[in-house]
Design a protein around this ligand. Structure first.
Ligand code: ZN
Ligand code: ZN
Ligand code: FE
Length: 762
């Protein structure tokens, strides 16, 4: 009955390569009893099917509804075709064509089926640390270019043995076209070296476990880079790690064998458990139990602790022993990016690690662990990297091929084209030369794997950021500079799929405003292509510029001067003055009065710093956000209590409102000088900010009619503030939008930059 046969060509876009998609299509075709072909192309997967229309329909609906776990279909183009008289269904070899638009899967954790094999003494991959299949394992970090075929990956140096090859060639196998497929006979191997690079005899994994048990510090090569590991119960070992890494306070991440082990030292909600056990395996911030059975040195003075579960087979082998938790912190020297090469690790970490657990599978792209916290408004990224990058972010409007270069701290870049944006993994603070190299290699890598050749370059308005300098040095390309806080707000709008206009609250450290001052406590009326500054915190000097960021006591003096003028010295009982004497205050006041390196800032982040120092909680920080974290921890659970806020005033100046914070500072100082405890001050301070920004939005709604509020900027990593303000705004009848796909901090900025520039260029 030839007449009844129809045919159709399907071009499937999205993450459809290296995830078992073609065998899935093959099985689907067999089930639906249609003939045809399937092949990889550089723009996705091409399917031709023919048969009676009803069977084609069955096939078509299966394609949408039962795809493999790692697949992510963004679009299916369907064109009618002529039947070719095919009798069966076949998988054809890959085809190269001109435009590349295939999406690559992120690196994901080892699957249960592979783990079962690894634990089975009869399996040929028993205890093999590199077991993987099409449903699991490395992707983004080992791809050199697309199409995703073995010769284009770090696996090209390993020739598959006949048994691996036959799995690779068999559509019925879980390892059909699994590019990293390997076994103990043909694949990568681990080795253990001492601090001088000499091989250590014995089974590398067993030896590593016993060395860790004895308190040694071991650098362990993973998926996207090295970790530095010690036993988290060994106080002395954790202290040594802190000393050698010169990281005195910043919390260290932990890895535990199971949820049950985590529950011994931290509280885990159902949503947190789902994140911990999901295949992306991020580090999740959990609340410590008051009785904390691990070393206090892991996260000193902190309510929360970052925890992840094992995600590579090697991690599972290491943790199946006796450890409740290992510290697994990034294997880098402070200020430098993660080590990925064996040689580089031996030299960079030589003075830090006692031993090195290495392997010979190269890492092409560095990729840190992702870091997530769960609040009432959902999971929020603090760092987005392994497990999530390069998942595409869908946009509401098409963009020209665009590269956005981000800001300076917690840098990421974004490549976008049409309705899709790819935000890179966390690159780090663009201050060291090595980080700049990483920045440039990330751009090159992302260009290769997305096939996007940018025609438009976007940078922050700050001309001194290394990312801006990079953009300004590229010749012969259209360039657009974007204001920092506009980019924050649009970043959130873009990922949440809204075009605006909105009321955008951008609270962060600092970013350059068009007026030359440093912004950071801003309410903008924002659309994609434009914004107006509707309100901001009153600007105060930052005495010493960057030094005032590292030394919050300088901000405290500046705010006191803002609130009291010369009368600040009458506040004798202020906790700040226990540490900071008159002479140093005078010296800071001189910087302010002479205007020497004392730029004005309306930053909300600096206000947190200043209040923390006024409370006598901290005077100097060793990592970004430390002061605000300590102040937040003081507030405890009921910071949302807005019954007794401090005073402030919102004063119109032309089209802008300035939020007067002098009354707030005066009351905070008077409270502290009269012996009110910092806990109470912190609660009232948080409550005040919630009321301040919430009530401001009511004023702005009255004037503009807008009732959508976007919250962005690093200050919203503060759970008290973010949850409290979001709840207050919701009670006031606003539609509140927060970040869910990229970080609220500067790590999300590149997405907003790309969307703004695209809108301006259109
Ligand atoms: Zn697997
Ligand atoms: Zn093999
Ligand atoms: Fe920022």
């Amino acid at each position: 009955m030839k007449r009844d046969v129809s045919a159709v060509d399907l071009q499937v876009h999205g993450i459809v390569q290296g995830v078992g998609f073609r065998p899935f299509v093959y099985r689907l075709a067999q089930k639906a009893e249609v003939a045809g072909t399937v092949s990889n192309t550089s723009s996705g997967v091409n399917i031709h099917v023919e048969g009676p229309q009803g069977r084609i329909d069955t096939f078509r609906s299966g394609l949408n509804h039962s795809s493999p776990p790692l697949a992510h279909i963004t679009d299916i183009e369907e064109t009618p075709a002529a039947p070719c008289g095919l009798e069966d269904f076949r998988i054809l070899p890959s085809r190269g064509d001109t435009r590349s638009a295939t999406f690559i899967s992120p690196d994901v954790s080892v699957c249960e089926a592979c783990l079962e094999e690894m634990r089975n003494s009869a399996d040929r991959r028993f205890r093999y640390p590199f077991i993987n299949c099409t449903h699991c394992g490395p992707r983004y970090t080992l791809i050199e270019q697309i199409p995703y075929d073995r010769p284009n990956t770090a696996m090209k140096i390993f020739t598959m043995c006949p048994r691996c090859q036959s799995e690779y060639d068999d559509p019925a196998s879980r390892r059909f076209h699994a590019q990293p497929n390997a076994c103990p006979d043909c694949g990568p191997r681990v080795s253990l070296l001492d601090g001088q690079g000499r091989p250590v005899p014995g089974d590398p994994v067993q030896r590593t476990i016993s060395l860790l048990e004895q308190g040694a510090l071991v650098a362990i090569k993973g998926l996207g880079g090295f970790h530095l590991a010690v036993d988290a119960q060994n106080d002395g070992a954790v202290k040594t790690l802190r000393q050698r890494k010169q990281r005195p306070h910043k919390p260290l991440a932990l890895m535990s064998p199971s949820l049950a082990a985590v529950a011994r030292y931290a509280r885990v909600s159902a949503r947190e458990a789902a994140l911990l056990t999901g295949r992306q395996r991020p580090i999740v911030l959990l609340e410590k139990h008051t009785e904390f059975p691990l070393s206090d040195e892991v996260a000193p003075g902190n309510r929360y602790i970052g925890v992840m579960l094992p995600y590579t087979p090697l991690h599972h082998l290491l943790l199946e022993s006796t450890f409740t938790a290992l510290v697994m912190t990034s294997g880098n020297r402070t200020g430098e990016p993660l080590c990925i090469d064996n040689e580089a690790a031996l030299s960079a970490l030589g003075g830090i690690a006692d031993y090195f657990l290495m392997h010979d599978r190269p890492i092409y792209q560095r990729n840190d662990d992702s870091l997530v916290q769960v609040t009432d408004t959902g999971p929020h990224f603090i760092r987005r990297a392994r497990g999530y990058v390069p998942m595409p972010i869908a946009l509401t409007r098409p963009l020209p091929p665009t590269l956005a270069c981000g800001a300076e701290l917690k840098s990421t870049v974004c490549l976008a084209r049409d309705e899709t944006a790819f935000v890179s993994q966390h690159i780090g603070d663009l201050e060291a030369a090595a980080t700049l190299d990483f920045f440039e290699s990330t751009i090159a890598h992302l260009k290769k794997v997305t096939g996007i050749d940018p025609q438009l370059l976007v940078h922050d308005l700050h001309p001194d950021y290394l990312s801006s300098r990079y953009a300004l040095a590229v010749p012969g390309i259209q360039r657009i500079g974007v204001q920092h806080h506009h980019a924050h707000v649009v970043s959130c709008m873009a990922e949440q799929g809204i075009d605006g206009p909105v009321i955008g609250l951008a609270l962060d450290g600092t970013g350059l405003g068009p007026d030359g001052t440093l912004w950071g406590g801003e309410a903008l009326i924002a659309e994609r292509a434009r914004f107006t500054r509707a309100a901001h915190l009153a600007p105060v000097p930052m005495p010493g510029g960057e030094a005032a960021i590292r030394e919050p006591w300088r901000m405290a003096v500046s705010y006191l001067h803002h609130g009291f003028g010369e009368a600040l010295f009458s506040l004798e009982n202020l906790p700040l003055f226990r540490e900071i004497d008159r002479q140093r205050c005078r010296w800071v006041l001189e910087l302010i009065s002479k205007g020497i390196n004392a730029p004005l800032t309306s930053s909300a982040g600096r206000l947190f710093d200043g209040v923390a120092a006024l409370c006598g909680l901290i005077y100097r920080i060793s990592f970004e956000g430390q002061a605000a974290m300590i102040l937040e921890a003081m507030a405890g659970d009921d910071a949302g209590d807005t019954k007794t806020p401090y005073e402030w005033a919102s004063v119109r100046q032309g089209d802008e409102r300035e939020i007067q914070i002098a009354p707030l500072i005066r009351q905070v100082a008077m409270d502290l000088a009269t012996g009110v405890r910092p806990e109470e001050v912190s609660r009232r301070f948080h409550g005040t900010l919630i009321r301040m920004w919430g009530d401001l939005c009511v004023d702005l709604r009255r004037e503009t009619g807008l009732d959508h509020v976007v919250m962005s900027g690093g200050v919203f990593q503060n759970r008290c503030l973010a949850a409290g303000l979001s709840a207050y705004l919701t009670r006031l009848g606003f539609r509140v939008h927060t970040h869910g796909k990229v970080p609220a901090n500067d790590g999300g900025l590149s997405l907003g930059q790309a969307v703004i520039a695209g809108a301006l260029a259109a």
